[in-house]
Design a binder for this molecule. Structure first.
Ligand SMILES: [Zn+2]
Length: 127
């Protein structure tokens, strides 16, 4: 169950963002390549967060589709499952540009305060 390891990473980030305060909700962006099963993730989260300020909190998973860029024709396409061939020219020589991420987007504290992930906000503004 690799979800436990993922949860431990997410918990560290969430607790940092909350600065020791109680956590109510975590919004997590999960690429399809992570192979996360939501039900299993929820169970793992319950186990991992027990006894921490995030106990009883909920993780909201945001599904991110796999996106590839073709090295042959340079176009981008969405891919459902491997092999991720280019939809435009059929070349298998593609680079995955989205779908393998696991990023804490937002942490909601019990008081209702929202903490956005600063690195993520910065990268979104840069687009
Ligand atoms: Zn192509």
């Amino acid at each position: 169950m690799h979800e436990i390891g993922l949860c431990e990473g997410v918990l560290g980030v969430a607790l940092d963002a909350a600065g020791g305060g109680p956590v109510r909700r975590v919004r997590l962006r999960v690429g399809r390549l992570q192979g996360v099963v939501p039900e299993v993730f929820d169970q793992a989260w319950e186990m991992v967060s027990e006894g921490t300020p995030a106990a009883g909190s909920r993780v909201q998973l945001v599904d991110v589709a796999v996106q590839v860029r073709c090295r042959a024709c340079g176009q981008e396409s969405e891919a459902d499952e491997a092999p991720f061939d280019c939809r435009h020219c059929g070349s298998p020589d593609v680079e995955v540009i989205a779908g393998d991420e696991l990023v804490v987007e937002e942490v909601e504290l019990a008081a209702g305060e929202l903490r956005r992930n600063p690195t993520l906000v910065a990268s979104e503004e840069g687009v």
